[in-house]
Design a protein around this ligand. Structure first.
Ligand code: UGA
Length: 443
C-alpha cells in the first residue's frame, strides 16, 4: 500500500469544513482549511470558532500547534500543496423556489479544478440534490488541466451540531460514492482510524451517495413529524405520547431516538433538506416523495402555530401587552444556532400579536439578537421570568429543564407555563402552584 502522507485541503470553513479539517488533522494528516473570509481565517488560526461547538476550538488549537492544521484564503496555494480536496461549502435554501442554491459548491469545485497543478481527488461533502455530483464531474473534466488525472467523488457527512467533533471522529458509517479503486484506497486511508474503530464503509455510485445523505435527514424529519401527528391524537384523547414513544421505541425496528414530540425540528439542515428534496423530487416526477415530504414539513410548521395558540389560551391576561418569558432560542440545546429556530418563530409570532416578549437562552442570545433584533433579551433565566404573565419553554436546555419552579414562582406575576418541548417535570411545577399546559397533552 501507498504510505506517502496524504495532504488535504478543505474548502469552506463553516460548521462542516472547520470540523472536518480538525478531524482529519486529528486522524494524522496535514490539512489546509480554505475560506475567502480573511477575518474567519485569522480567527481560526487562533483557535476561535464563530459558533458554539463543544471540543472544536481545543482540537483546532492542538493541531495548529502540531503543525498539521493551517488556514488560508489562498485557494490556489492550498490546492497546489494538497492531494485530496474536500468541498465543504454551504448549500442554502433559495428564497424563491426552496431549491438548494448550488452556486457555492459549483464555484468552489471549479476553482479547485482550475488550480490543480498535479493529479488529485476532489471529494464533495456538502449536501446536494441528487444529480449534482455527476454535473460537477463533467465540469471538473472540462476545467482541470488536460494532462492531469483528476477524479470527483462524493462522501457525505452526517454530523450533528453540538456533537460535531464526536460524530466526525466516530461516524456511524463512511459513505464513498463514485470512487475508482485508487480513490477508494485514498479515502480508506484517510478514514483509517474511524474504520478501524468499527465504522462500516458503504461504497456506491454518485447518485446513491447524494441520496443517502438526503434520505437520512428526510427519515429523521419524518420520525419527528410522525410522533407529532400521533401527539395530536394523544392531546384529543388523554393518551400520553411520551409513554407511547417509550413503548413503541422498545421495538428495535422503530427505535426510541427522534421520537420526542413537541415544537418540531429546525436548524440549518432538516428543514432545508426536506424542502430541497421536495423540489428535486417534483423535478424528477417522483411525486410520492414530494407529497410525503410536503406533509412532513406541514406537520412540522403547524407545531409552531399550535404552541402560539396554546400560549394565547394559557395566557392569564390579554396577550396585548402581556409579559411573556420565552425560555430557549436555539433550534435545539447545546448550540447557539438559531437558523429556522422554532423557538424564535413562536417568540416573533407572539411579539407580532402585541406581547412583550423577553427571551433567554444560555448560549444563543447573541445570534438570536442578530436575527430578531426587535425582541428583547434577558441575561439570565431569572431576569427573563421576573414579572412574567406567561412562561414558554421552547428549547430543552438542561438549565431550563432543571429550573426550580418554586424559585421562579416567586418571580413571576402569574404562574402559567407552556411546555413546548414536553421536557418539564410537570408534577413538580403543579405542586409549586403553576398552571402547566404541555404541547401534545390534554389540558
Ligand atoms: C441533523 C442530522 O441529525 C445530522 O445527522 C445531519 O448530519 C445534520 O442534520 C446535517 O445535515 O448537517 P442537526 O441539524 O444538528 O443534525 O440537528 P438534530 O440533532 O438532527 O435536530 C434537528 C431538530 O429536530 C432540532 O430542532 C430538534 O429539536 C428536533 N428534534 C429532534 C425533535 O423535535 N424531536 C426529536 O425527537 C429529535
Amino acid at each position: 500500500a501507498d504510505e506517502t502522507p496524504l495532504r488535504v485541503s478543505v474548502i469552506g470553513t463553516g460548521y462542516l469544513g472547520a470540523t472536518h479539517a480538525a478531524a482529519v488533522a486529528e486522524m494524522g494528516f496535514t490539512v489546509i482549511g480554505v475560506d475567502h473570509d480573511p477575518a474567519k481565517i485569522a480567527a481560526l488560526e487562533r483557535g476561535e470558532v464563530p459558533f458554539h461547538e463543544p471540543g472544536l476550538p481545543e482540537l483546532i488549537r492542538t493541531h495548529v500547534q502540531t503543525g498539521r492544521l493551517s488556514f488560508t484564503t489562498d485557494l490556489a496555494a492550498a490546492v497546489a500543496a494538497s492531494d485530496v480536496h474536500f468541498i465543504c461549502v454551504g448549500t442554502p435554501q433559495q428564497a424563491s423556489s426552496h431549491a438548494a442554491d448550488l452556486s457555492f459548491v459549483e464555484g468552489a469545485t471549479r476553482a479547485v479544478a482550475e488550480a490543480l497543478t498535479h493529479d488529485g481527488l476532489i471529494v464533495g461533502k456538502s449536501t446536494v440534490p441528487v444529480g449534482t455530483a455527476a454535473r460537477l464531474r463533467e465540469m471538473v473534466d472540462a476545467a482541470a488541466p488536460a494532462h492531469l488525472h483528476v477524479e470527483l467523488d462524493w462522501n457525505p457527512e452526517f454530523l450533528r451540531e453540538g456533537y460535531a467533533v464526536e460524530d466526525t471522529l466516530r461516524p456511524d458509517r463512511v459513505v464513498i460514492g463514485g470512487a475508482s479503486p485508487w480513490a477508494e484506497e485514498q479515502l480508506r486511508r484517510l478514514y483509517g482510524p474511524a474504520i478501524a474503530a468499527g465504522a462500516p464503509v458503504v461504497t456506491c455510485d454518485l447518485p446513491t451517495a447524494e441520496l443517502v445523505k438526503v434520505s437520512a435527514n428526510a427519515f429523521l424529519a419524518t420520525k419527528i413529524s410522525f410522533i407529532n401527528a400521533i401527539a395530536e391524537m394523544c392531546e384529543k384523547t388523554g393518551a400520553d405520547v411520551t409513554t407511547l414513544a417509550d413503548a413503541i421505541g422498545y421495538d428495535a425496528r422503530i427505535g426510541r431516538r427522534f421520537l420526542n414530540a413537541g415544537l418540531g425540528f429546525g436548524g440549518g439542515c432538516l428543514p432545508k433538506d426536506i424542502r430541497a428534496l421536495t423540489h428535486r423530487a417534483s423535478e424528477l416526477g417522483a411525486l410520492q416523495v414530494a407529497g410525503l415530504m410536503q406533509q412532513v414539513d406541514e406537520i412540522n410548521m403547524s407545531q409552531r402555530q399550535r404552541v402560539v395558540e396554546l400560549a394565547m389560551e394559557a395566557c392569564p391576561v390579554n396577550i396585548l401587552n402581556a409579559r411573556v418569558a420565552v425560555l430557549g432560542a436555539a433550534f435545539k440545546p447545546d448550540t447557539d444556532d438559531v437558523r429556522d429556530s422554532p423557538a424564535l418563530n413562536v417568540a416573533a409570532a407572539l411579539h407580532l400579536r402585541g406581547a412583550l416578549v423577553s427571551v433567554y437562552d444560555p448560549e444563543a442570545s447573541a445570534t438570536a439578537r442578530r436575527s430578531f433584533p426587535t425582541l428583547s433579551y434577558a441575561a439570565t433565566l431569572e431576569a427573563a421570568v421576573t414579572g412574567a404573565d406567561l412562561v414558554l419553554v421552547l428549547t430543552e436546555w438542561p438549565e431550563i429543564v432543571g429550573a426550580d419552579p418554586v424559585t421562579l414562582g416567586r418571580l413571576v406575576a402569574h404562574r402559567a407555563v407552556v411546555d413546548g418541548r414536553r421536557c418539564l417535570p410537570a408534577a413538580a411545577w403543579r405542586d409549586a402552584g403553576w398552571r402547566v399546559r404541555t404541547l401534545g397533552s390534554a389540558a
